[in-house]
Design a protein around this ligand. Sequence first.
Ligand SMILES: Cc1ncc(COP(=O)(O)O)c(C=O)c1O
Length: 405
Amino acid sequence: MRISQRAQRIEPFYVMEMAKSAAAIAREAAGTDRPMIYLNIGEPDFTAPPLVREAAERAIRDGRTQYTQATGLPALRERISDWYAQRFGVQVPARRIVVTAGASAALQLACLALIDAGDEVLMPDPSYPCNRQFVSAAEGRAVLVPSTAAERFQLSADKVAEAWGAHTRGVLLASPSNPTGTSIHPDELRRIHAAVTERGGITLVDEIYLGLSYEETYSHSALGLSDEIISINSFSKYFNMTGWRLGWLVVPDALVDVVEQIAQHLFICPSTVSQYAALACFEAESLAEYERRRAEFRARRDWFVPQLQALGLQVPVTPDGAFYAWTDCGAACDKLFAGRSEYNSGMQTAGSWEFAFELMKRAHLAVTPGRDFGHADTARYIRFSTANSMPQLEAAVARLREVLA
Ligand SMILES: Cc1ncc(COP(=O)(O)O)c(C=O)c1O
C-alpha cells in the first residue's frame, strides 16, 4: 500500500519502543520484591477530583450527551475566562477561547489555521516531540534551535532573530516546557514576541503546564503580553484529566471563525461529557484540591532534584513548573560504562538511551531518555517525571544509589 509522504515524514516515537521493553521487564518484575517504578510517565498520578467525576456521571445520567458547539459549551468558555482573570489576572474574553480535544487538538487546529506547505516554525531543542509532528502534518517544517541551560532551555530573542529565514512563519514555545520543566522569563518572551511580530510572524505558546508553576516570576500567562499571542492549554495536567481529552486554545479575534470552521469539520466538538465534568473543575472545592496537589508536586520537586544532584546526576536548571527533571547523565554514563568494551571501542559511546535501559534492567526503574526531544545534546539527558508518590520517589532514589555506587 502506498503510504503518504506526509505520514512518512512523521518521525518515530522512540519512547514507545522503550515503553514496550519496560512492559516486558515489568511483567517479570511484578512477582518480585522490586516491581517496576515508573518515572517515565508525563501525566499526573492523581485522578480528577470527586466533584468532576460526579458531574460526568450526572451528565450521562441526565442524557446530556449530544454534540455541543464546535468551540465548546459557552458556560465552559466563560469559566475558563474567569479562571484566567482570577488566577493569572489577565482578561481573556470567552469568545476567544476554543475548547478542544486536549492540547493535542488545539495544536493541530493552530497549525492547520496558520501554516502553509513549506513554512518553517522555530522551536527550542529540546522540546515536546509531538509539536514537530503537528507542524509536519500541516506540511510545514519544524526547525529545532539548540538551547542551553543559560537560556533555561528556551529560545531567546537573539536566537530567534538569528534563526529567522525566508520561510520562517513563527515560533512554537512551551512554557513551562516538557521535558525541562523550565519557563521563559517574561521579559525574554516579550522580546521574542517583538522580534516575531517585527518579522510578520506568529507566536504560539503551549501553556499546558502553566497551572503547575511554582515560582512567582514564571506564573504568568503569555496572554498578558499581547492579544496576538496564541496560547494552548489543557485539562490534562493541572486539572488531572489526561484521558478525558479536553483542552483549549486562545486565539486573536480574527482567528476565531477560522479555527471554528476547521474544528467543525475535523472534530465536530470536544467530548460533551468531559465538558460538563470540566465545569466542576472551577468549583471552590475542586480548585482547593488542585492547589493542594500543586503543593504536593512542588514538594516532590524540592525533595527529588537535590537527591539527583547528590548522586552526581546534574539538573542544570531547577524546574520552575510541571513535574519533570531534565537531568544530565553524562558523568554517570562515563562511570557506569567505563569498563565495557562494547561502549569504549571508539566505535560507540554510551549515552542516555543505554543508561535508561540499564536503569530499567538493573533497577526496574523506567525513565525517559532524551532522544525523542531533539538532536542537539539530548544523548546526555534523561527526563525523570516526578508525577509519582513520595514513597515511590524515595524507592527510586535508593535504587539509583545502588546502580551508581
Ligand atoms: C508540552 C505538551 N503539550 C501538549 C501535550 C498534549 O496534551 P493533551 O493531553 O492535552 O493533548 C503534552 C502532553 O504531554 C505536553 O507535554
